[in-house]
Design a protein around this ligand. Structure first.
Ligand code: EPZ
Length: 420
């Protein structure tokens, strides 16, 4: 996926089937290591971050089979306590989950590097403090971060400085192997963290407080293989709803958990959209013009940072938006790189620290470069609203998180081609 070519201006109308959540799939695939047995996953999205995760598992010795009907069978019995190639782990953020999973299974974990979208600094101090509290000592082996729990992991009472998704997931995994009761306070409550709890529970773990900010893990229960269905991707769903807004269209996203989208749906309604919610679907009918608003991102259930760029793109579309839009980015202060590219399309944006102001602008066709996953999809949303041809380069960044993007968009009337 090198380039996306968009001839925008078409109203998007129709239905989109939402796939499995990338940010649930990654920790769950790594958590499977703890079982040492066979796990069967359904609704695993075939996005590059997930495929790379499977490559990392294969490099560690796991046997992976794609079966007819879409399930993926992973046999973790043959996973070895090795260091996976940095070329693989350095390409995705999710590889950080190897720390909790390998520590839990083998008492030692080593990681050469992690990658992921570049939002400036992405520290893992909360992960490491939690591991240390559980008895894991840190050493560096030729630039490789290693953790060892020489006497086994012990239960701990951990208070996170912020509700970090990654730290919560990593510590949950390690805690399943720690003797006694581990409590994680100020834990992330994102649906994908709750999904990880569900997976670990299905594999035999005992966890209380799932979906809340206090998680309690009663460790050392024997884990076993299981079947697990990955939850729908709320960010993918929100992205298609934003695309409907950008084009004055009407789109139904199917196979979603509507409550996961409470904050984005409230905002879209406030902007003027008509939103209908069913048990597993959401329909959005866009108004001809919508109000730009102020939105502040935050940990779930607040408005998700992973939908911020898509929303900001809506604020810049002069054909549809009225008023000044503002985004206050509380999670990733440097998640504004996409605005330089939006500006190439004519968007007027002012950035001041973690706040950005967006004026409805006359957007024009342009060639722009995707800086990261959600920034790239925001550029695509802007392009869908522009009459004329736009090109988005560095589109592999978008392929990290959007499955069958071209097919899904064409299915609702977009003139889009994904090249390479
Ligand atoms: C996950 O990243 C997601 N990635 C991100 O999705 C998402 O934006 C983010 O959670 C927030 O929801 C995956 O699930 C693979 P965090 P993660 O730890 O776990 C600070 C997308 O577009 N922090 O919750 O890395 C950190 O700097 C992506 O799909 C520390 O200071 O995020 C940030 O400001 C990109 N120390 C905040 O906490 C730590 O030890 C939240 O980070 C950990 C985090």
């Amino acid at each position: 996926m090198n380039k996306i070519v968009v001839n925008g201006g078409n109203k998007l109308v129709g239905e989109v089937e939402i796939g499995g959540s990338k940010n649930a799939a990654l920790p769950i695939l790594f958590a499977g290591i703890l079982t040492g047995e066979v796990c069967i996953f359904s609704s695993l999205p075939r996005v590059s971050d997930v495929l790379l995760t499977l490559e990392i598992l294969r490099a560690l010795g796991a046997r992976i089979r794609f079966v007819e009907g879409g399930d993926v069978v992973v046999d973790y019995a043959t996973v070895r306590p090795a260091i996976p190639p940095i070329a693989l782990t350095g390409a995705i953020r999710g590889s950080v989950y190897l720390l909790g999973a390998m520590l839990g299974r083998f008492g030692r974990a080593c990681l050469g590097g992690v990658g992921g979208c570049d939002f400036g600094s992405r520290p893992i101090d909360q992960h490491l403090l939690g591991f240390a509290a559980m008895g894991a000592a840190e050493d560096a082996d030729n630039g490789t971060l290693c953790l060892t729990a020489a006497k086994g992991l012990c239960a701990a009472d951990i208070v996170l400085k912020m509700p970090s998704v990654g730290a919560t997931a990593n510590l949950l995994m390690a805690a399943t192997a720690a003797e006694g009761k581990t409590v994680i306070r100020n834990a992330a409550a994102e649906p994908h963290v709750a999904a990880l709890c569900d997976f670990l529970t299905a594999a035999g773990a005992k966890i209380a407080g799932q979906g809340t900010d206090v998680l309690t893990v009663f460790g050392k229960k024997p884990l076993h293989g299981c079947r697990f269905a990955i939850i729908p991707d709320m960010i993918e769903a929100g992205t298609y709803l934003a695309a409907a807004m950008a084009t004055g269209g009407r789109v139904t996203v199917k196979n979603v958990v509507p409550t996961h989208l409470d904050a984005p749906l409230a905002l879209l309604r406030e902007m003027g959209a008509t939103v209908t919610v069913g048990k597993t679907y959401v329909t959005l009918r866009a108004p001809a013009h919508y109000r730009a608003l102020t939105v502040e991102t935050g940990p779930y259930p607040a408005f998700p940072t992973d939908l911020h760029p898509q929303l900001a793109a809506l604020f810049t579309i002069g054909r549809r938006a009225t008023g000044t839009g503002r985004v206050v980015e509380r999670v990733w202060r440097e998640r504004f790189r996409y605005t330089e590219e939006l500006a190439k399309m004519g968007a007027e944006v002012k950035i001041d620290g973690e706040c950005a102001e967006f004026l409805p602008s006359r957007l024009l066709p342009a060639t722009v470069r995707s800086p990261d996953l959600r920034g790239g999809i925001a550029l695509l949303i802007a392009a869908l609203s522009i009459k004329g041809r736009c090109e988005i380069t560095n589109a592999a960044t978008v392929g990290r998180g959007y499955e069958h993007l071209e097919t899904k968009l064409r299915g609702i009337g977009a003139d889009v081609r994904v090249l390479g």
